[in-house]
Design a protein around this ligand. Structure first.
Ligand code: A3P
Length: 311
């Protein structure tokens, strides 16, 4: 079991230069990535991204892992489908790559505009050019559901550390020993520095509550004029059931070196409050205590339970 968790432990990790975490992950300045896999992950590449040139019409979706990234990928790539008629047969992963996960033999700097990117990067690691150019959509999700989602996800990822119990998962979540690093640092960094960016904050929970309104909000933010019918089409493509069956969006195309359990990896349950089926009362109380301490000064009201949607 990892040693006890407090704000200082996280801060130490966030400041750390390159360091291996076991044999599967490395950390660099608070970011955690796998060492092996499909991508050319390295601390040098992370550092180089500070100078990655940003264009005015670049659009980034930034998330902590398991907050609704592939869902947003489906929405954004659908909204920009007309700009790229030659990409209709590509997966959302190809059409909207993660900036920090460089796909072999790809050069993200030469992608045609408007470029769409996802990123799990912490605020202090994103391209400096985003301060003044481009647009960012930051999606948040209640962290108990993120943790439970990641517990299932990591079990089926061959190059990831995984946890055998929720107690262990919670230890890792609190210190940020997981893809992306520490959720508490991630959210604090982005919320505290939001004034530097042209940024729209959304939540996974509001997407569950009323996907259409969220898509309308996204269109407004991006200055995209869409007819009602066009928006209906995007909503339809992004429903949980449609995404589950969409081979270009459900990530069942992941190769065997990554996972031999592709079903349900990225499009698994898709609800609010699954943590209630997983955490014990004591674990939940512990989570609440750490949450209260680490979130001090941040005014965020998450929806923790699907029943709250009707209130
Ligand atoms: P669960 O594991 O709780 O089901 P990410 O893309 O950031 O990795 O997030 C994955 C989470 O988003 C998973 O959560 C997945 O089921 C959920 N998700 C993906 N597509 C969705 C959709 N169309 N509607 C609702 N949830 C979706």
């Amino acid at each position: 079991m990892l040693s006890i968790l407090n704000a200082n432990v996280v801060t130490d990790m966030a400041q750390q230069e390159y360091k291996m975490l076991g044999d599967k992950f490395f950390t660099h300045k608070g970011m955690v990535l796998p060492t092996k896999g499909l991508h050319l992950n390295s601390p040098e590449y992370i550092d180089s991204l500070r100078d990655f040139e940003i264009r005015d019409d670049d659009v980034f979706v930034v998330t902590f892992p398991k907050s609704g990234t592939v869902w947003s990928q489906q929405i954004l790539t659908s909204l920009y489908e007309e700009d790229f008629p030659d990409q209709v047969n590509e997966t959302t992963y190809e059409r909207m790559p993660w900036l920090e996960l460089l796909q072999k033999e790809k050069d993200y700097s030469s992608r045609p505009s408007p470029r769409l990117f996802c990123s799990h990067l912490h605020e202090h690691l994103v391209p400096k050019g985003l301060q003044g150019k481009g647009k960012i959509i930051y999606i948040m999700r209640n962290p108990k559901d993120i943790m439970v989602s990641y517990f299932h996800f990591s079990k089926n990822m061959k190059n990831f550390e995984h946890s055998e119990s929720y107690a262990d998962m919670m230890d890792k979540f609190f210190i940020g020993r997981m893809l992306g690093g520490c959720w508490f640092d991630h959210i604090r960094g982005w919320i505290s520095n939001q004034d530097k960016y042209n940024i729209l904050f959304l939540t996974y929970e509001e997407m569950i509550k009323d996907l259409r309104s969220v898509i309308v909000k996204i269109c407004k933010f991006l200055g995209k004029n869409q007819s009602d019918a066009a928006i209906d089409k995007v909503v339809e493509k992004a429903t949980f059931n449609n995404m589950k069956q969409d081979p270009k969006a459900n990530y069942e195309f992941m190769p065997k070196i990554i996972t031999d359990q592709p079903k349900g990896l990225f499009v698994r349950k898709g609800t609010i409050g699954d943590w209630k089926n997983s955490l014990t009362v004591a674990q939940n109380e512990r989570f609440d205590r750490v949450y209260q301490e680490k979130m001090k000064g941040l005014q965020l009201n998450f929806i923790w339970d699907i029943a709250e949607l009707n209130n």
